[in-house]
Design a protein around this ligand. Structure first.
Ligand code: ZN
Length: 256
């Protein structure tokens, strides 16, 4: 699978996916139509399908115009997002298979940021929208800390460590500043902070990361770290379950 990053809006990433040799593309989270149409035209491609990770406008805002320009466009999203994702044609449940334009993915329901959030896992990659970011996770707009804990640390964690993680925003540098704040002695974080600073200085994206990198640097996948527990202990009640720890880390990040 060829993956091309298509920057949208201020700091969103859409992704143009192509099976080698194909002239029909798949687009993940086109937050606006114009950059997507330019990326397609530059490569002489037509658009066969959109994979929507969740219903927020900065991820689905371009779909209506793309559907007008692409007759028969298939638009995938979670079943519970019916009515929230424009032009949706496919209503997915956890574990469903998506076979489209020569590419295959498995649907993972990962509620937390929104209740209908899904990831598309396949072809050595996972598209995580605003649920798992490089170095962080999305705000809990609709879901609970327990749901986010399970989505990150059970569902996504089960993918192979070398899986390439493509997330919905370029938030990595800010996320890692917070990660270093709650876990200052984590050498993997300091090393990644330096690497990310270099990439950003060149104007280059910091995605994809890998699941192994996230397990080593992302505080929301490190709720068992003694140093993180120590950093947020003041905000914890008697409940020291992993979900409660994630909730406290998320609350600390909201205020950071
Ligand atoms: Zn969102």
């Amino acid at each position: 699978m060829q993956v091309t990053i298509v920057p949208c809006l201020k700091d969103n990433y859409a992704y143009l996916l192509l099976s080698p040799g194909s002239k029909r593309a798949v687009m993940v989270d086109p937050g606006e139509a114009e950059p997507a149409l330019r990326a397609l035209a530059a490569r002489g491609l037509t658009l066969g399908a959109v994979l929507a990770t969740h219903h927020h406008p900065d991820h689905v805002g371009g779909i209506r115009k793309l559907a007008q320009r692409s007759p028969g466009l298939r638009v995938f999203g979670h079943a519970s997002d019916r009515g929230r994702i424009p032009e949706q044609t496919e209503f997915l449940e956890h574990g469903a298979s998506v076979a489209v334009e020569g590419l295959s993915f498995r649907v993972l329901h990962i509620p937390g940021h929104t209740l209908g959030a899904v990831a598309y896992a396949g072809e050595g990659a996972v598209f995580t929208g605003d649920t798992l970011f490089a170095g962080g996770c999305g705000r809990l707009f609709e879901g609970t800390p327990a749901q986010m804990y399970e989505s990150l640390n059970v569902t996504l964690s089960a993918l192979p460590d070398e899986t390439l993680v493509y997330c919905g925003h370029e938030y990595t540098a800010a996320n890692l500043r917070f990660a270093a704040h709650v876990e200052p002695h984590n050498a993997a974080i300091s090393a990644k902070v330096a690497r990310v600073a270099q990439l950003r200085a060149q104007g280059a994206p910091t995605v994809p990361s890998t699941l192994a990198e996230e397990k080593a640097t992302n505080p929301f996948m490190r709720c068992d770290s003694p140093e993180i527990l120590q950093s947020i202990a003041g905000a914890l009640s008697a409940d020291r379950s992993p979900a409660a720890i994630l909730g406290a880390v998320r609350a600390a990040k909201d205020k950071y």
